[in-house]
Design a protein. Structure first.
Lengths: 244, 637, 256
């Protein structure tokens, strides 16, 4: 009802003025908020992948069955048995990564344009280290992913890569301590990226409420922590010889 | 000169309607052929500029701040009155009219006040429609409170930021018009002079505060909404930039200045802490609802407050005014505080302060209730003084915060210069000798939204205005004069800074033309101010050059005007041999120490006419008639 | 109290600026920060030097004129406080302080510590209003507004437009400012008819004015003297996304 009353007044002036009447030259993706929404949506996809990927990888801790076949090798075979699904998922992931990176680069350009002169002295009043270093943790994690693919998916940088022998590949690959250290460092950076990103994407999509936001922020931290712990447990266990 | 107030005839409740009907209208298609200059972008100027532009006029609006949203209306805390009677407590337009005339100590024009009360109702509606987030009840209706001792709850408020929210409403309406290209906004621009051609106001001389460029702007009419002149006192609750330059220079071009001695003191401000003090901060008067005001019984008692036993405290307001107690009107509360300090019973390092004590309320109501009611004010006090008012009594002292005087205007808000309209605090019109709490916002918006747009149209429709150009000799003369006086200020290169002159002027005016005045003191001030002015023009040191962002130069021009206006205030106060409202002459008081009016001889508006530099202004009287509210003596015993 | 002040001095927008150091011997703990600068300026004028320019007006924390960086924090070390209400008792003898203007492409420096914030005005001009010409209003009580909505609108409307949010943001984003106005009007029934278009236009103009994007880190919220919450940014994002999806080209309406 109230809408109608106020509508009437705006129609009244519509005839008088054309100056500010709705102009929209900015497409959705041209707007920073549009780009942030794309980053958030692709972030959700990538986080989903990280979670599923971790659950899959934790099978490394399972012992071999009676025939001496490792669970994780079976899991690998299972994934490869559905090439359409596998490549479908891979395409979605590649597209998400590309969009995520491309949006972040174009936003960063706008940021530089927004403040070309730095402060002589700048302090931070509140923000977390994780939130301020998204543009550092992001690219390093991206490099790691490339390496990770060449390491375990393609095998090009692996010392002794055997197609489909997942268990062997992982153990052998991470027994090399420089590779394991890089793995650990990259996971920690992924953790900081998620620490801020998991909550930030909700904010970018407009989800915020004083009753739920603290809870969402806390669960973002818990998820980031679990992702780090889960992933790091693998190289550490291998380095310590717990998993052979 | 004879003053014609152009008050319409008929019963008071019909006068504004009659006036609107009799006023000539500008044909809608012709409105865009007229241009109007509005100086000032506060509640009055901002609302006027927006409304005139909505009607179709071409508007140019000027403000000295970096954006119109910062005008000093923003600092008003308490609220805005409207005779809505939403609380069903017996309020009415007539009651608001009656309260305002009486509160103004019978020195305001009845017709103007009635119109103000009538319009108050529309203002609140307009502001709600603009999205002003007024306080609401749980049921969703508008909340009200009683304010400044009023016996009905008619004050609408938005927390302690009512002025800010109303200003943002006017600013948003103005912004819409700027966005639509109907208002040309000139921020960081100061008016230096009024251009009068063939006896009519036709434009202004302005200075761009960033580039220093002095320019002419011409129009068919000029509106001043530039606020009050409280900063004559140097220390006031006004913003640092608030100044009288626009109205003073218009005065020097022929506009009469009315009732300059009517200034209002607010009793609950944070006291001065040292010589470096640059301004005073007001705290809402609502504090007096629960705080008890006292000073030590004996003079020179320097003990900390909790060491002073009850028997050695003087709750002087409760003692002298048993029925109103701490809630006596502003002027009474202020004068009593001054008297206690004059007796040597003031508190704090400077001895200029009295205690406002919440200990008893905290005990009676609990700290949480006190926090709920006054939490933000306590925080503000703590932020400024570093003392915690939950533990130590607040110290308060009165300060200047509003000026009822201003340029004389008739019922149409037109000054004695045709085509020059004055609105808001800059005019003298509606408050008489004393303004009621929560009425300043009401007046500014009434003038800007609902009165000026009608009366300005009448002026434009009834006058044939020739086209003028900037080549006109009067334009050239005004431009030349502005640039010469700027250069003159910079060339003096003396020894004293502008601020040091301003501080000294403020002290003279505060001591002799402040809360309590005497003939002797005023005569002394009338010696001191001209001498100080003379020294200013030979010994001031202004930094920087004319064609740059030069805050020192801006101040110098404003202080030069205050040095002239201060003198006029003292003359007006000396001339008025009575006490009324904010003007208290010690010689004229009842045996109880209350203001003693002299209606026989002083029931008039004192309007002063400029007669040239270093010549005394001439007094012109506009008699006041009271047909509805008959003068009576105030009593708060 | 003695202080060393390093102040950014820049004569005009086009000239280059630099930090200049001053010894301040006469500070006193009861002064406000701006009063301390007044004392410095009186001394500079006395010596024939150019006083430091800074914006200020009401000096009671409501007009939004004042603001600069003190040691890299907008409005200085005390939260919820504008510089004009920051008192010297929060500093100690011997402190060294760096004073710099807000830095953003959208806020060109006028002189020294004063910047031009008219980009904020242009964002408001793009839609920070309710179209309701004078005289059209219905009775103030004709629409009941839940107390909670009104209070939340007031929380957002408390913004004083000082620009600290932009100054503190590593991306010089105006999201807190823009979000506050969008939330203030969007939370009220009067603001509904123009809600979608308002968000689209204001966001667009903020971007055209070269303000950066929001990365949700919360520096703005931390320095805001009026404690405006990040929630207003989420609300702006929501209204923008909603407006984008409901948009009909050439409709001339608000798509809602």
């Amino acid at each position: 009802m109230s809408n109608q009353i106020f509508m009437a007044t705006s129609i009244n002036t519509a005839g008088k003025s054309a100056g500010n009447s709705i102009r929209r030259d900015l497409s959705f993706y041209d707007a920073t908020i549009g780009k942030k929404a794309v980053m958030a949506a692709t972030g959700v996809i990538l986080f989903g992948f990280v979670l599923v990927h971790l659950v899959g990888n934790l099978q490394i801790f399972l012992p071999p069955d009676a025939k001496g076949i490792f669970k994780i090798d079976e899991y690998g075979k299972f994934l490869h048995s559905m090439p359409a699904v596998l490549w479908g998922a891979r395409s979605v992931l590649i597209a998400a990564v590309m969009l995520h990176i491309w949006s972040s680069i174009s936003l960063a350009r706008m940021q530089r344009r927004a403040r070309p002169t730095a402060y002589v002295k700048k302090n931070n009043a509140h923000s977390t280290y994780a939130s301020r270093t998204m543009m550092l943790s992001g690219p390093i994690v991206a490099c790691f992913i490339m390496y990770h693919l060449l390491h375990f998916t393609g095998g090009q940088v692996h010392p002794n890569y055997i197609e489909t022998a997942v268990h062997h590949n992982v153990i052998r690959g991470l027994q090399e301590w420089p590779a394991a250290i890089f793995y650990i460092v990259a996971i920690m950076l992924l953790g900081t990226h998620l620490y801020h990103g998991l909550w930030s994407m909700l904010q970018s999509l407009g989800v915020s409420h004083p009753s739920y936001t603290p809870m969402l922020k806390a669960s973002a931290k818990v998820f980031a922590f679990l992702i780090v712990v889960g992933n790091i447990s693998i190289p550490i266990s291998i380095l310590l010889g717990i998993v052979k | 000169m004879r003053l014609d107030s152009k008050t319409p005839s008929g019963p008071v409740e019909k006068r504004w309607d009659n006036c609107k009907f009799e006023n000539k209208l500008v044909n809608p298609a012709n409105k865009r052929k007229y241009s109007v200059i509005v100086v000032g972008s506060g509640l009055a100027g901002g609302s006027a500029a927006a409304t005139l532009a909505e009607l179709g006029y071409n508007v140019k609006c000027f403000c000295f701040q970096d954006t119109p949203r910062r005008a000093h209306s923003i600092a008003a805390q308490g609220g805005i009155n409207a005779a809505k009677n939403y609380q069903n407590d017996g309020d009415s337009i007539y009651r608001l009219f009656y309260d305002t005339v009486k509160g103004g100590d019978f020195r305001a024009r009845e017709s103007n006040v009635y119109r103000l009360a009538q319009i108050s109702v529309n203002i609140v509606d307009q502001c709600v429609a603009q999205g002003v987030p007024f306080a609401r009840e749980y049921g969703g209706t508008l909340a009200n409170r009683s304010f400044g001792g009023a016996q009905v709850s008619r004050t609408f408020y938005a927390r302690g930021q009512t002025g800010q929210q109303l200003l943002l409403g006017a600013y948003s309406a103005l912004s819409r018009q700027i966005g639509e290209g109907r208002v040309e906004m000139h921020p960081r621009t100061e008016m230096l002079d009024l251009i009068v051609i063939d006896g009519k106001a036709r434009g202004i001389v302005s200075r761009n505060l960033i580039s220093g460029q002095i320019e002419i702007h011409l129009a068919d009419a000029v509106v001043l909404g530039t606020g009050g002149y409280g900063n004559v006192f140097y220390l006031s609750t006004n913003a640092k930039g608030s100044n009288a330059t626009a109205i003073w220079r218009a005065h020097k071009r022929g506009a009469l200045f009315a009732n300059p001695c009517y200034t209002q003191i607010h009793p609950t401000c944070i006291p001065v802490s040292g010589d470096y003090q640059s301004k005073l901060t007001l705290m809402s008067e609502s504090l007096r609802n629960d705080g008890r005001i006292w000073v030590p019984l004996n003079k020179g008692d320097k003990r900390v407050p909790d060491q002073i036993p009850e028997s050695e405290r003087d709750y002087y307001l409760e003692r002298r005014y048993p029925s109103f107690g701490n809630l006596v009107p502003r002027d009474v509360a202020s004068r009593n505080a001054k008297n206690c300090c004059d007796e040597g019973r003031g508190v704090g390092e400077t001895g200029l302060g009295v205690y406002l004590d919440f200990a008893e309320s905290i005990q009676r109501l609990g700290q949480h209730v006190v926090r709920e009611r006054y939490g933000n004010l306590f925080e503000m006090y703590e932020r400024i003084t570093g003392e915690d008012p939950y533990k130590v009594p607040m110290r308060i002292y009165p300060a200047i915060h509003y000026t009822m005087g201003g340029l004389w205007v008739d019922y149409q808000l037109q000054s004695t210069i045709p085509g020059l309209f004055v609105i808001g605090e800059a005019n003298f019109s509606d408050h008489g000798a004393n303004r009621l709490g929560a009425s300043a916002l009401m007046q500014g918006l009434a003038d800007g939204y609902f009165i000026l747009p009608y009366t300005l149209g009448n002026y434009l429709a009834s006058n044939k205005l020739e086209k003028v150009s900037t080549d006109h000799p009067d334009c050239k003369q005004a431009l030349e004069q502005a640039s010469v006086s700027t250069k003159k200020l910079l060339a003096i290169n003396g020894k004293r800074t502008v601020d040091s002159f301003h501080r000294e002027l403020g002290k003279i005016i505060w001591d002799h033309c402040g809360m309590a005045r005497t003939g002797e003191g005023l005569r002394e001030a009338l010696q001191q101010v001209p001498a100080l002015r003379q020294e200013f023009w030979s010994n001031v040191k202004v930094a920087g050059g004319p064609e740059e962002f030069n805050q020192s130069l801006e101040k110098a021009g404003r202080v030069a005007d205050f040095l002239e206006l201060g003198e006029l205030m003292c003359r007006d106060a000396l001339e008025r041999n009575e006490s009324c409202g904010g003007h208290f002459r010690e010689e004229y008081q009842t045996p109880d120490g209350e203001a003693l009016r002299n209606d026989e001889e002083y029931s008039y508006v004192a309007a002063w006419e400029w007669k040239g530099p270093n010549q005394a202004q001439e007094l012109v009287k506009e008699p006041l008639n009271f047909e509805y509210v008959h003068p009576s003596q105030r009593s708060y015993k | 109290m003695k202080l060393t002040l390093h102040i950014w001095r820049q004569r005009s927008t086009s000239e280059k600026g630099r930090m200049v150091s001053y010894e301040m011997a006469d500070a006193n703990e009861h002064m406000s920060f701006l009063e301390m600068l007044d004392v410095l300026n009186e001394q500079l004028i006395g010596r024939g030097d150019d006083p430091v320019a800074f914006d200020h007006d009401c000096r009671e924390g409501i007009c939004g004129s004042c603001g600069f960086m003190i040691n890299g924090i907008a409005h200085g070390p005390r939260s919820g406080t504008t510089i004009c209400q920051l008192h010297m008792r929060h500093f100690k003898n011997g402190d060294e302080l760096w004073l710099e203007p807000w830095r953003a492409t959208a806020f060109p420096i006028v002189k020294d510590l004063a910047v031009n914030r008219s980009a904020f005005d242009r964002i408001i001009q793009a839609g920070g209003y309710i179209t309701t010409p004078t005289g059209n209003a219905i009775d103030g009580n004709a629409i009941a507004i839940p107390k909670e909505d009104s209070e939340r609108a007031m929380d957002a409307a408390a913004c004083i437009g000082c620009g600290a949010c932009v100054a503190a943001c590593p991306n010089a984003s105006a999201s807190l400012f823009t979000g506050a106005k969008i939330s203030h009007l969007g939370l009220l029934p009067q603001g509904q008819p123009e809600r979608n278009g308002r968000a689209l236009r204001m966001v667009q103009i903020a971007q055209e004015e070269t303000f950066g994007n929001c990365t949700n880190i919360g520096e703005c919220e931390a320095v805001c003297p009026k404690n405006i919450s990040l929630e207003v940014i989420a609300r702006m994002n929501r209204d923008f996304l909603r407006g984008s999806f409901l948009w009909r080209s050439g409709s001339g309406g608000d798509g809602g």
